[in-house]
Design a protein around this ligand. Structure first.
Ligand code: AMP
Ligand code: ZN
Length: 114
């Protein structure tokens, strides 16, 4: 996708602070962190949001989920705990239209989401 910022990160057209990468996903630090540790896990296949998933692209999201514990461990937050968020659409404040999982942790997070 030409104008997708996360596709550009995946294609190394713009830099990111990479935490983990393999052939199916990339994980990097969020540029505007909302917690002490805030990384994104991004399936390399371009899917706008949960609403656009199909059987095949769901596999890459499933794979991304399977990698969460390993990535959390590498960040030192697996046992202390972390929050996973996927924003979908306008009311959730989704700003990048390429499905991604937020991982937030590193200190006690606020209980309230809104
Ligand atoms: P969302 O609001 O769920 O769409 O999340 C998009 C996230 O991407 C936000 O938390 C942004 O801070 C983050 N973001 C946007 N551009 C970049 C970038 N170039 N590198 C890292 N994170 C980014
Ligand atoms: Zn994309």
């Amino acid at each position: 996708m030409q104008d997708c910022i996360f596709c550009k990160i995946i294609n190394k057209q713009i830099p990111s602070n990479i935490v983990y990468e393999d052939e199916k996903i990339i994980s990097f630090y969020d540029v505007n962190p909302m917690a002490d540790i805030h990384v994104l896990i991004v399936p390399k296949v371009h899917v706008e949001s949960i609403n656009e998933l199909n059987e095949s692209t769901l596999e890459s999201v499933k794979y991304a989920f399977s990698k969460i514990p390993e990535i959390a461990e590498s960040l030192g937050i697996k046992d202390s705990g972390y929050r996973t968020i996927i924003n979908t659409g306008k009311d959730a404040g989704q700003t990048v239209k390429h499905l991604h999982i937020h991982i937030l942790g590193g200190s006690k997070l606020p209980e309230k989401l809104v």
